[in-house]
Every structure is written in C-alpha cells, then in structure tokens.
Ligand binder design. Structure first.
Ligand code: PEP
Ligand code: MN
Length: 350
C-alpha cells in the first residue's frame, strides 16, 4: 500500500510508481477516499528492491506491506500447524523447561553431572550446558571442546536432550556429530546470516532444533522472525524464538527484559517462544519472577541457568544460576501459571 505525502499522486507520479511496480510484476489499484487516495500494490509485493525504490521516492510518505516478508515463519503460512517436540514435550501443548549450567567446567565435570541430575529432578525437560562461550572479555574462559564429552555424558546419564551454543561452522558439525539435539544461536550471533545459513543447511535433513536468541540490540520484531526464516528456508522449520533481554539495559538488570514481546511475536509467527529470563535480568534473585512473567505473557517454555552449587560455577553461573531448589519451585509455579494462561487463551479465542 503506497501512502503519498500529499492527498493524492499527480498523474506523472502515478505513471512513475506504476512503471516501478510493473517491473516486479505488480499493478496499482487506486483506493479513492473523500480526503485522500491510497494506492494498493496488487501482486507479490515482497520484493525488497521494489519496496526500497518506492520508499526512495520523495513524494511517498510510506509503504505499508500487506504481505508478510517471511514466507515460512508467518502465522498464515502452511507451516502454522507445525509442532516442535523436545524432551517429550510438544511445544504449545505443555510448558517446556530447558535448564542447566551457563558454562560447563571441563576441570570439574562432576558439577555438571550433578547439575544435570538435579535439573531433571526439578522437572526440566532438556539440559543446557555451554561448551563454547561468547565472552565479552577476551581474557576470560572461552569454553573448551572437551566439555562436549561432558555434555553428552550428562545426556546419557539423565536421558535428557541437550543444547549447546554454536558460534562458528566448525562447532555445528562437532555438536551434531556428538548428538546435541538443539543448537542455540546466541544473542551476539542472532544476525550473523552466514552462521544462520550454515545451521539451516546442516540441519535441513535432520530433526534437530534451533533456539534462536533475540539479538542483543533491540530491533524490530520482523528482524527477529526474518533471522528464523534464514534457517527454516533450508527445509527444517524447527526454530524456536528466544527473547533474552536486549540493550540498552534497564538500570539494575543485566539487559532490558523483553518477555513482553511474546504476544506480539505470536501475532506474527507460529514459531514457539521460549524465554530466557536468566540473561534478561542477570541475577538469580530476579530470575523466578521474570520466568513467571514470561509465562504470563504466553511463552511456550523457559530456558533457565541452574547449577548445583552456583558459587562454584564458572561463566554466568555464580551470579545468575538458580539452585536446584529454587529451580524446582519456579518450574512448579510456572506450570501452574501456564495452565491458567492456557485456560485464559481458550476463553479469549471463543
Ligand atoms: C548463554 O546462554 O550462556 C548466553 C551467552 O546467552 P546469550 O547469547 O543470550 O547471551
Ligand atoms: Mn550464560
């Protein structure tokens, strides 16, 4: 839909816009109002170049797109009934909880084994553990490939599927060959399109899933969903969106909590939303409330950092990991709230 700066386009301007859209196989349909005329683009209006050329015209105020730029992830796409399953939970039918350490300590594997057993006991459906870590400070521990064996051993011991963030192409193969089920893309790489493409290609013929974290910098929701589209475009649509807080931070929290975008995402995409409250607020004492807020906003799941003894952990664990006891209580409350929330959506849908 073309909205001109003036009440209507001049005949010359109409000729110009008609010629531009014709290059992309579209036509213009005028919608004449009492005060103003607007111009519908009839045809496939998703071509970015056509939109950019129209937006570049000095007499055009703005272009409102009717069609979604995401063909696969859009709520109205054929994939809308697609369901993703992890750890026996079908997203949307039951609350999914992924929990575990921020960073696996390769020198002390028992902490991770104990954490894995404890998060399972607390009710988690899948286990997280960082093997490779994107650290802001280049001199801090960057992760160690040896931790991949620890992660997989914990998976064998508990029977839980595991996730570990991949930051480069080489990690993807190592993780998939080892048997990692879910590949998180971290907030720093959420807009790294070559990595997204590489992941999409690598999982195209498999049933793995991707936990796509929201970029650390606040961007429009369409940017987040389009990043998911990059992966799904290769053939595997198992992409879960993960709000995890953005910058600029909310003074006192690690990031600016963004679980409130969940209902907005759900209006645009069928993709499940699993919120990470740990990185959002960044301190263990705030995490349970943030987790419940996410569920209240309609999240399908939570990804929470937990450690059997947080003060002995590495990476983010000393400050933001929940103890197994707090995790268990948080999961219990989150499941109760999820059930309430589900009843409410059923009533609203009537
Ligand atoms: C993490 O999960 O430990 C992590 C680094 O996440 P994010 O990319 O959201 O910061
Ligand atoms: Mn972390």
């Amino acid at each position: 839909m073309i909205l001109p700066k003036n009440n209507r386009l001049s005949p010359e301007q109409l000729v110009e816009v008609t010629a531009i859209v014709a290059e992309f196989g579209c036509k213009i349909q005028q919608i004449v109002g009492a005060m103003r005329t607007i111009y519908a683009i009839v045809g496939d209006e998703r071509d970015e170049l056509m939109i950019n050329r129209l937006e570049g015209l000095t007499y055009v105020d703005r272009i409102d797109r009717i069609q979604s730029p995401f063909k696969l992830m859009d709520k109205r796409s054929d994939l809308a009934s697609h369901r993703i399953t992890m750890g026996g939970v079908t997203l949307g039918e039951e609350l999914l909880v992924i929990a575990g350490a921020c960073t696996i300590d390769p020198k002390n594997p028992n902490y991770f084994y104990e954490t894995a057993a404890a998060v399972k006991e607390a009710g988690a459906n899948a286990l997280r553990g960082g093997v490779w870590k994107p650290r802001t400070n280049p001199y801090t521990f960057q992760g160690d490939v040896k931790s991949l064996d620890i992660l997989m051993e914990a998976s064998r011991r508990t029977g839980l599927p595991v996730d570990t963030e991949v930051m480069e192409e080489a990690h993807i193969k190592l993780a998939l060959d080892a048997g990692v089920h879910t590949l998180p893309v971290g907030a720093r790489n959420a807009l790294n399109y070559s990595l997204l493409r590489a992941i999409g290609k690598a999982i195209a013929e498999r049933d793995n899933a991707v936990l796509l974290k929201r970029s650390i910098h606040m961007g429009p929701l369409s940017e987040f969903i389009s990043a998911a589209e990059y992966i799904a475009a290769f053939g595997n649509p198992n992409v879960i969106l993960c709000p995890r807080g953005t910058t600029p931070t909310l003074d006192g929290y690690r990031n600016h909590p963004d679980e409130s975008i969940t209902p907005l995402l759900k209006e645009k995409t069928w993709a499940p939303v699993v919120v990470d409250p740990s990185h959002s607020v960044g301190k263990a004492i705030y995490v349970p409330a943030a987790a419940l807020a996410a569920v209240a906003y309609g999240a399908d799941g939570l990804c929470i950092e937990a450690h059997v003894e947080p003060s002995k952990g590495i990476g983010d664990d000393p400050k933001q990991a929940l103890t197994p006891e707090v995790l268990k209580e948080t999961i219990t409350q989150a499941k109760q709230l999820w059930a309430i929330r589900r009843r409410q959506s059923v009533v609203q849908a009537k």
